[in-house]
Design a protein around this ligand. Structure first.
Ligand SMILES: [Zn+2]
Length: 149
């Protein structure tokens, strides 16, 4: 028995949600005729625990021939797993030897050149000296400024 069928039956069996209420506070009811009320689960469990391995295999073979092909079978350019793994590993090896563009040496040169260009516009970079925002003198800040304006 396919596992997903058992799973959904199990789920249905265990759902005990509160009944939804309408705006007027009345309960909504919907009459259903669930199949498991007919002893479906019990029957499956009985089969599961009483069938011999040979009988199970026979049932399996009977139904698995009717099972549709997996969706991935729709890909036209499928290769067998062995070839796919081989191609993947070769690709990985190739990728690890691919050089960066531009090379790291070229990147350093480019970076230096751009900072030189920036300096030409803004002037040489000087170390910023913190100054008091109140009196504009260095060495202290506004909070402990002793200069009275
Ligand atoms: Zn100050």
């Amino acid at each position: 028995m396919p596992r997903h069928i058992l799973a959904s039956l199990h789920f249905n069996e265990n759902v005990h949600r509160d009944t939804q209420l309408s705006k007027e506070g009345e309960k909504y009811f919907k009459v259903t005729y669930p199949k498991f009320k007919l002893g479906y689960v019990k029957d499956i469990k009985k089969l599961l625990f009483t069938l011999s391995k040979a009988e199970m295999l026979e049932v399996f073979n009977r139904y698995s021939s009717k099972a549709p092909a997996p969706l991935s079978a729709q890909f036209e350019d499928r290769v067998d797993k062995q070839s796919a793994v081989k191609a993947y590993e070769e690709n990985r090896k190739k990728r690890s030897t691919v050089l960066l563009f531009p090379t790291s040496a070229e990147q350093d040169t480019l970076q230096q050149r751009s900072s030189v260009a920036a300096e030409a516009v803004t002037g040489p970079r000087t170390a910023t000296v913190r100054k008091c925002s109140k009196c504009k003198r260095p060495g202290h800040n506004r909070r402990n400024c002793t200069v009275s304006l």
